[in-house]
Design a protein around this ligand. Sequence first.
Ligand SMILES: Nc1ncnc2c1ncn2[C@@H]1O[C@H](COP(=O)(O)OP(=O)(O)OP(=O)(O)O)[C@@H](O)[C@H]1O
Length: 337
Amino acid sequence: MEQAIIEIHGLSKTYGSLKAVDNLNLRIQQGEIFGLLGPNGAGKSTTILMLLGLTEPTAGTARICGLDASRNPIPVKRKVGYMPDNVGFYNELSALENLKYIGRLNGIPEHEVETAAKDMLISVGLEAAMHKKAGTYSRGMKQRLGLADVLLKRPEVIILDEPTLGIDPAGVRDFLELIRQLNQEQGITILLSSHHLHQVQQVCSRVGIFVGGQLLAEGSVETLAADLFKADPHVVQVTLQKAATVSENELLQLPGVTKVNVADTAIEISGHADITPDIVRYFVHKGCDVTGVQKRTYGLDEIYQRYFENNIKENEVHNEKSTGLFQRSFFGRFKKR
Ligand SMILES: Nc1ncnc2c1ncn2[C@@H]1O[C@H](COP(=O)(O)OP(=O)(O)OP(=O)(O)O)[C@@H](O)[C@H]1O
């Protein structure tokens, strides 16, 4: 089997009676952008800390860049760049001065440190602001500076913990684009932890859905969707100009149609195959004025909800209240931002 750049096997961490991470198994290949997706308290940060050798596992192993993280924390630090959710800088120093300082700490020789720092600032789009004090930077600019800081040691893997927290939508878009570029142009493997479903979906090749210390599922969004929605993978939403008498039975007679849901002028039809042409023909033949036809694709939010429907109810019966709270706050946060 091809060696993965991150290999987690049977990894657990308990704090007293709390299982923060519970028997986690995960492999991430070189060059992937992997999204660790889960709500607050799911165990993402604890997993990251174990991968960096910053906290000792209760059981299991975390290997990164061929190193056992808990046995080799210092070599791991050299190969892995870690950006926490709140990066700290010297506010009175300029971005360039901050980076030069970090470069020296990382052992970059004096005659190279200025060029190296400038190169990194240029690569993260901070060229014009490099002489400004870090204290005057916006949250988005600070995250870029954080990325430059991490890149300075030319890491093989970058771990980003909630990197887009508190950045405005345009800043998020630019930051995600930057991550994608780094991955494509420099082949850096990226592990990104987040609870923002749509952001993760935009940038990650594979995701892991992490809840209550356990990995509920992993795979590409397409694979997860195909697996979860295999009963009726194709959904067509038809909108009519005005409510018509639509016969659900007639629609159910059309080849491949498995489910019909009529709500006033909006009709949702599910099927085994792509049923769009037959559906459109049906409504036109009935003389209905069709104002919209849309094929629904399943994104991470549907996948997440389906996991809740299928797993959470059974797994967390003992903790029903907190699950409800968590579910509400998770989707609440996702929708608000
Ligand atoms: N040092 C600690 N001592 C006791 N409990 C801890 C400690 N660190 C984390 N926990 C608990 O472990 C669980 C997982 O926390 P963790 O920070 O890993 O979650 P997370 O998914 O990163 O969430 P967040 O996005 O809020 O950081 C939480 O219930 C948290 O309270």
